[in-house]
Design a protein around this ligand. Structure first.
Ligand SMILES: [Zn+2]
Length: 41
């Protein structure tokens, strides 16, 4: 079962910050399109 979860996340497209284009590692909540650096600005 754990492998299925891993495969699920591996198949997700990389999310990139809408402001700086940095890859967003955190997949927590999809409420933002910006990385934590830009969010705090
Ligand atoms: Zn950013």
């Amino acid at each position: 079962m754990l492998e299925n979860v891993v495969e699920f996340f591996k198949n997700l497209p990389d999310k990139h910050c809408a402001k700086c284009g940095e890859k967003i590692e955190e997949q927590s909540e999809c409420y933002s399109n910006t990385c934590h650096h830009c969010e705090s600005l």
